[in-house]
Write a protein that binds this ligand. Structure first.
Ligand code: NAI
Length: 329
């Protein structure tokens, strides 16, 4: 089973080579991102293993199918970047890793909250410059604060447990309430109510047509002035120019992003020698109360090992005619 892993980094190579390789699977690591320009590299590979910023739109899938590919094995949980109806039309199966470590992502969301609140990014730079002053570094106690969780599946529920441990009040919004989150004392509300009552809002829902730009100019106006917004879900959940306006007016007090709508052209690459062409991201990065990480919430040893193991298992079971973790259009 010839398998090409697009967008593979050194840490992918280590985790896949460290996992038990099922018989008959041959791995080729490819640093390039999958796109129309690079799809030819997959020729004669039955399996294309892709990550979140690979292009799996209809034209790319058509080229992959024409080159002999039959399975798209996603190394991610999210599959919003795959044109599933095109895959179905072309006879391409799609499998994913439904859960690898909800802790990795939930803990990163908490890391962003703590860093923004206690302004660790500013303190770190200050002390390194020999500036030991404290002005501008005042934070707030998390205990007793109200945290709104949008999407209470595996990651949202894990995040809820951690925030309950801090002594926060929990509010939640999800079309399918999770009894385990209710058991923590969380109250399910509609989205405008959640936004109006929360001091911290964290997004943990998938990107779908319903959730695109869930946070926009209107929903930002529902929030408490100075609220904190954390997005480790998908970039398209928020209208980024609207966030910039809310930061400028002070309506949004803190912003932690691990995902960005236009990240595909930027994230996972060292572009430090190049002028940043994305003016929206450039503006975001000027705010002292904004932290952007480059889609690293998943990046723990445990999550990488689980991604490799499940992906190899997905490929082997598909090859044995018993596909698992299939994504349906
Ligand atoms: P999950 O499927 O366990 O939970 C998602 C929850 O969101 C479900 O309870 C669902 O009912 C709810 N939901 C769906 N549409 C909604 C909407 N419009 N509003 C509110 N809730 C809605 O998924 P899981 O594993 O918790 O992952 C959540 C998302 O986190 C993924 O879809 C992915 O986009 C993102 N993610 C980000 C990572 C990162 O490294 N930054 C890594 C892994 C996942």
């Amino acid at each position: 089973m010839r398998t090409i892993l697009f967008s593979s980094q050194n840490y992918d190579r280590e985790s896949f080579l460290g996992a038990q390789l099922p018989a008959g699977i041959e791995l080729q690591f490819q640093a390039a991102r999958l796109s129309l320009d690079t799809a030819a590299l997959a020729e004669r590979h039955e399996v294309v293993c892709a990550f979140i910023n690979d292009d799996l739109s209809a034209p790319v899938l058509e080229q992959l199918a024409a080159g002999g590919t039959r399975l798209i094995a996603l190394r991610s949980a999210g599959y919003n970047h795959v044109d599933l109806s095109a895959a179905q039309r072309l006879g391409l199966d799609v499998v994913r890793v439904p859960a690898y470590s909800p802790h990795a992502v939930a803990e990163h969301a908490v890391a962003l909250i703590l860093a923004l609140n206690r302004r660790l990014h500013r303190a770190y730079n200050r002390t390194r410059e020999g500036d030991f002053t404290l002005h501008g570094l005042t934070g707030f106690d998390l205990v007793g604060k109200t945290v709104g969780i949008v999407g209470t599946g595996q990651i949202g529920a894990t995040f809820a447990r951690i925030m309950a441990g801090f002594g926060c009040q929990l509010l939640a919004y999800d079309p399918f309430p999770n009894p385990a989150v209710e058991a923590l004392g969380a109250r399910y509300l509609d989205l405008p109510e959640l936004l109006a009552q929360s001091q911290i809002i964290s997004l943990h829902c998938p990107l779908t047509e319903d959730s695109r730009y869930l946070i926009n100019q209107q929903s930002l106006a529902h929030m408490q002035p100075g609220a904190m917004l954390i997005n480790t879900g998908r970039g398209g959940l928020v209208d980024t120019p609207a966030l910039i306006e809310a930061l400028k007016s002070g309506q949004l007090g803190y912003l932690g992003l691990d995902v960005y709508e236009e990240e595909a052209q930027l994230f996972f690459e060292d572009r430090s020698d190049l002028p940043l062409q994305d003016d929206v991201l450039a503006r975001l990065l000027t705010f002292p109360n904004v932290i952007v990480t480059a889609h690293q919430a998943f990046l723990t040893r445990e999550a990488l090992a689980a991604i490799a193991e499940t992906t190899l298992h997905n490929i082997a079971s598909w090859a044995a005619g018993q596909p698992q973790n299939r994504v349906h259009g």
